[in-house]
Design a protein around this ligand. Structure first.
Ligand code: ATR
Length: 279
């Protein structure tokens, strides 16, 4: 049977094995999917062992996304730009790297019914997680996409790196103490991992704005708790993005697209608010 796995450190909390097992059942694909914990130093050899034992594809999560992009024999244009990969496909004796995070995020925002076209968006954070979603967000035609980061110079570096992608004239950089207001704010920082949130001003939101945290967990993230305290009604964590990026990866591996409806319903830890448009 073909083997698939998610690599991370830590990885025991990952929902990916459950998601892909449901996808496999639904699409009648014969495969196994496991979680493999590998320290940063052991990641490369763990992948080699996995391929030798029949590994045909892998998801890659924190902290291995940049390493996955570096060690792959071939990279998609999205991976080359972002410098980060979340999906690996075994092909022709080597790993091919893809990044399905951005497409997953945009799919989830569509399921939630939160439009991006013509809206003023902020993307908070300037690491690999942010870099992976910039091009797909720009492709949706926002009025503006401002990258806000604690270290403002990193936000500017990202803008410079993406200056040739379609819609790049909509990109701008700023710090967390911005005076601008946005119709949608997407948290792509790693702050939740340490129980924190980016220190942003309450003036950040326009009336009716949405708050999205690319992280997810069993309870609302600190960023979403703060958004609620600012009176923001439309809030969602990154669970839907996780499911949608997984569906993209599954399609790359197996050539068949699973429906995400069942998984979204059965595995979701925290419901989006207030309009749950999840089918
Ligand atoms: P990843 O690949 O997951 O994006 P990363 O490259 O280490 O990880 O980037 C982490 C991001 O989270 C950065 O934008 C970081 O801000 P700095 O560039 O200023 O370091 C941001 N971040 C992490 N903890 C944060 C916190 N407590 N408040 C605000 N931003 C935070």
């Amino acid at each position: 049977m073909d083997r698939y796995a998610v690599f991370g450190f830590p990885v025991s909390h990952s929902l990916s094995p459950k998601i892909h097992s449901q996808f496999a059942l639904e699409t009648k694909q014969a495969l196994t999917y496991e979680a493999i914990e590998a320290t940063p130093g052991a990641f490369h050899s763990a992948l080699e062992t996995f391929a030798a034992a029949g590994g045909r594809g892998a998801n890659v999560t924190v902290p291995h996304k940049a390493a996955a992009a570096e060690l792959a024999q071939r990279c998609s244009p999205a991976v080359t730009l972002a410098g980060a990969a979340n999906t690996l496909c075994w092909a022709d004796g080597g790993w091919e790297a893809h990044n399905t995070d951005g497409v997953g995020l945009v799919h989830d925002l569509k399921v939630l019914g939160w439009s991006l076209c013509g809206r003023r968006l902020a993307l908070v954070g300037a690491g690999g997680a942010a870099a992976g979603v910039i091009a797909p967000l720009l492709a949706e035609g926002p009025e503006q996409l401002v990258i806000l980061n604690r270290t403002e110079a990193r936000a500017q570096e990202l803008c410079d790196r993406f200056k040739n992608v379609p819609g790049a004239h909509k990109l701008a950089a700023g710090g967390l103490h911005t005076t601008l207001a946005f119709d949608g704010v997407i948290n792509a920082t790693a702050a939740s991992l340490s129980g924190e949130r980016p220190s942003l001003p309450p003036s950040l939101w326009t009336p009716g704005a949405f708050a999205y945290d690319m992280m997810y967990g069993p309870t609302a993230t600190p960023f979403l708790q703060w958004a609620e305290s600012c009176g923001i009604g439309a809030r969602a964590d990154g669970f839907g993005m996780l499911v949608e990026q997984a569906a993209e990866a599954f399609t790359l591996w197996r050539g068949v697209r699973p429906s995400t409806k069942g998984v979204r319903r059965s595995l979701r830890p925290v419901a989006p608010t207030p309009n749950d448009n999840t089918p």
